[in-house]
Design a protein around this ligand. Sequence first.
Ligand SMILES: [Mg+2]
Ligand SMILES: [Zn+2]
Length: 234
Amino acid sequence: MKKKSLGDGKAVFLDRDGVINEILFFEDAGVLETPFHPRHFRLLPKAARAIRKLNKAGFPVFVVSNQPGVGMGHFSLRTLAAIDAKMKAMLARKGARLDGIFYCFHHPQKGKGKYKKICLCRKPKSGLLDQAAKAHRVDLKKSYLVGDSIFDIQAGLGRGLTTILLGRHKCDVCALLARKGIKPHEVAGDLYEAVDLILAHLSPPRRRGSSDFAVSIIKKSLDSRFRGNDKQTE
Ligand SMILES: [Mg+2]
Ligand SMILES: [Zn+2]
């Protein structure tokens, strides 16, 4: 497989759960969970195609993911390795490749033993990005991050990356983000859409006002929420 490099340190960082693979929903408990067995691991539609597109464009692609389930004893490192192997195999079948995977296993309260720790790698901190940058000579400020949570966006903004938030139908968390002053550069429906935004961002003419796009969605979401509140209090 030929490996083309952009040569200027640009890379794309992807959160894993909810970006590459499906998040599990346990109806009984009403909770969303990360896959904790290889048989639970399913790629999201078009995720492999999106990653292949990045590969072809010459971007190194790295996964940066909090997996405190390991630190909390919900599943072992061995299981996680088996999940990684399945993920890589499923991607490879569709001609897609990851250049590195970086996990944080810690949890500040519920971690066991050495994993109970206030670490530097758990997103919203940016330590996982630093690890990848060091190992693969990535220029973080020229790089992109795609994630489906506020923590992902914060980790990316913390190192000056261009950030893309995935929201399924509407931006549920945008009002919260706006209140906290956290603004993703773009909002996309899925990874494939996010990759198209990244590639469009690189090729002139640049999409002007691309960051205004996310802001306008945040505003709309805020407006509708406030309108909703008014109705309730009237
Ligand atoms: Mg996620
Ligand atoms: Zn950590």
